[in-house]
Design a protein around this ligand. Structure first.
Ligand SMILES: [Fe+2]
Ligand SMILES: [Fe+2]
Length: 265
């Protein structure tokens, strides 16, 4: 069973001024400036009634899985705030918790307006449980901030840009959703990713060879599971006229380069 270790606050306070972390400080500044309010989207103007049911269902299916991932990210980021030993990591982490709460709200409201029930895939829920219950911060950061949030960012940017360019009058609601996905939700995710890559790289550098190989094995298994789950949901992507194979190749390439940046092969 996993328990979250709470860093002794007296140590956090004592190290606060001595621990220089300019990169995290920069991310924290960005986070404070870029907070947004999900209530500012004119929800009542959204109208999906003229969208073919098959398209609405495909979209709702993708959103339901993403919504569940956001719930996982909320849980994981809250765990990290407790265990982070550096003050700046805690402060940035607190902004991530607020970001993820806003994302959960945003996807919840969007699903409500789409009005097309879509269940969460049990295998995806199990995967997210495995990651959020990881035994230590390093596994939690690799699984959530790099693998899951990285994949979400690739998908959000790809789908969001495509939706944003839709010019058909009856599909204007998709255009609005796409704009918010790219300019607000994915923008937040890019900070979470940057934080995750930086923290993982620092932690990986402290591992001996056998621990590092063990971690790389685990990461390989997680990556394969996540890519298989994504492939199963390519129907929702194809319904929008996107090339499922091309998108999968993009997801895999992005994941590999993020892992490399974090010092993992
Ligand atoms: Fe998120
Ligand atoms: Fe996130």
């Amino acid at each position: 069973m996993t328990t979250t270790m709470t860093a002794p606050l007296i140590e956090v306070a004592g190290n606060a001024l001595r621990t220089g972390a300019p990169d995290v400080e920069h991310l924290y500044e960005l986070s404070k400036r870029r907070q947004w309010n999900a209530s500012d989207l004119p929800w009542d103007s959204l109208d999906f009634s003229s969208v073919p049911l098959e398209l609405r269902r495909g979209f709702a299916d993708l959103l339901a899985q993403t919504h569940h991932g956001e719930l996982g990210a909320l849980t994981a980021s809250a765990r990290l705030v407790q265990s982070d030993a550096r003050l700046m990591d805690k402060l940035f982490g607190a902004t991530q918790v607020a970001d993820e709460a806003r994302h959960v709200e945003w996807f919840s409201r969007l699903l409500f307006h789409l009005d097309a029930p879509a269940p969460v895939m049990p295998a995806l829920a199990a995967f997210i449980d495995d990651v959020t219950q990881a035994g230590d911060d390093l596994h939690l950061l690799v699984g959530m901030n790099i693998l899951i949030e990285g994949l979400a960012q690739t998908l959000m940017l790809h789908a969001g840009r495509m939706l944003r360019e839709i010019q058909v009058e009856e599909l204007r609601s998709f255009q609005l959703v796409g704009t918010w996905l790219v300019e607000r939700v994915a923008d937040d995710e890019s900070r979470h990713l940057a934080f995750g890559i930086q923290r993982v790289r620092a932690l990986v550098e402290t591992l001996d060879t056998s621990k590092r190989l063990k971690l790389e094995d685990e990461v390989q298994r997680w990556t394969e599971r996540l890519m298989a789950l994504t492939r199963e949901h390519s129907a929702g992507v194809v319904a929008f006229g996107l090339d499922g194979d091309e998108l999968m190749a993009r997801c895999l390439a992005d994941t590999r380069s993020r892992l490399q940046l974090a010092g993992l092969s």
